[in-house]
Design a protein. Structure first.
Length: 320
């Protein structure tokens, strides 16, 4: 597949700093949206923060051997998922018992089934755990498509994505039960394709105005906001279009600030660990800290955990 657009795959491999900067901006938006649980700031963050990660993953996608890619995804994504989940379940048992409270999972062995189902069955400090298995399933399906149609601009992709889009909007109307985040997979698949197609296009100056107008509609809550975990996508096409516009503009911004955005890139490199741990920090510390201090701790503590994990090869193999 020819890389005609935004340079997501540098010649000879390597790592592009702007990708980590974009991840850093995205994960900070996720944390802010979970610290401020209502109001205009929360709505602004929710208007784009989860679509950004799916789009970025699509932008980085390229065809891979199907069997090998699937095996690698299952191992590399579900191993840290299980490790962080078990660690937080043990931590919740200890912390809630010390506080004189009741752990979230306290009815054993009945609680084993909701833990295995994940997704909508996980709440409190585990509420974000729907995202990684959802992304993994969508990436596996998207790679199956890329093996057949390597060019995301192939018109057959648009025809294939149309029923996915219709199913995505319909799924949330019939229920919210979502084992391992599967309810969100159809929309995730559409976003992966849009991200991959964006990678094949060249930026044009005229794009800024329509993207900015769409972005402002979401950031200023002119359209209903998103809740991707519950497959609630707001107004058909318009709300998600606003999220896509904001994400694309942030990608452009990330390219511009990458040369001096080192600390944001560092946050981006730790984004997976922050994703898993920040809700737990918020959950346990929110009764004791004001929101600005809570935001700092929800970023700093998972970031410290990331560097601690990196320093131990055994822990890196399990958690990263």
């Amino acid at each position: 597949m020819e890389n005609r657009g935004h340079g997501a795959h540098p010649p000879g491999g390597g790592r592009l700093e702007w990708i980590d900067v974009a991840r850093g901006i995205g994960i900070m938006a996720v944390v802010v949206g979970h610290v401020w649980t209502r109001g205009s700031l929360r709505d602004a963050m929710y208007s784009f923060h989860m679509p950004l990660f799916f789009l970025l993953s699509g932008l980085l996608s390229r065809p891979q051997p199907v069997a090998r890619f699937t095996r690698r995804q299952l191992v590399s994504q579900m191993r840290p998922y299980a490790a962080f989940l078990v660690m937080l379940i043990v931590a919740d048992q200890i912390i809630e018992t010390m506080k004189g409270g009741r752990p979230i999972f306290h009815d054993w062995p009945k609680d084993v089934l909701p833990i295995l189902l994940g997704g909508s069955w996980l709440r409190g400090p585990f509420t974000i755990f729907w995202f990684v298995p959802c992304l993994m399933m969508a990436r596996i399906l998207f790679n199956l498509g890329l093996a057949r149609w390597p060019d995301p601009l192939d018109p057959r992709w648009a025809w294939a994505m149309l029923p996915c889009l219709l199913f995505a909007y319909g799924a949330g109307e019939f229920g919210t039960l979502s084992p391992l985040g599967v309810l969100t997979v159809p929309m995730a698949l559409v976003l992966l394709w849009i991200g991959a197609a964006w990678q094949c296009l060249s930026w044009r100056g005229w794009m800024f105005v329509p993207l900015a107008l769409l972005s402002l509609a979401g950031l200023m809550a002119m359209v209903p906001t998103l809740n991707m975990k519950a497959a609630d996508y707001g107004w058909p096409l318009l709300t998600m279009g606003s999220a896509i516009a904001t994400s694309f503009l942030l990608f452009r911004f990330s390219v511009r600030i990458a040369p001096f955005g080192g600390w944001i890139a560092a946050v981006g490199r730790a984004s997976l660990v922050i994703m898993y741990l920040h809700v737990a920090v918020i959950h346990y510390l929110s009764p004791y800290l004001g929101k600005p201090w809570l935001l700092m701790q929800a970023l700093i503590l998972p970031l410290a955990a990331y560097y601690l994990i990196r320093s131990a090869p055994g822990a890196s193999r399990i958690f990263l």
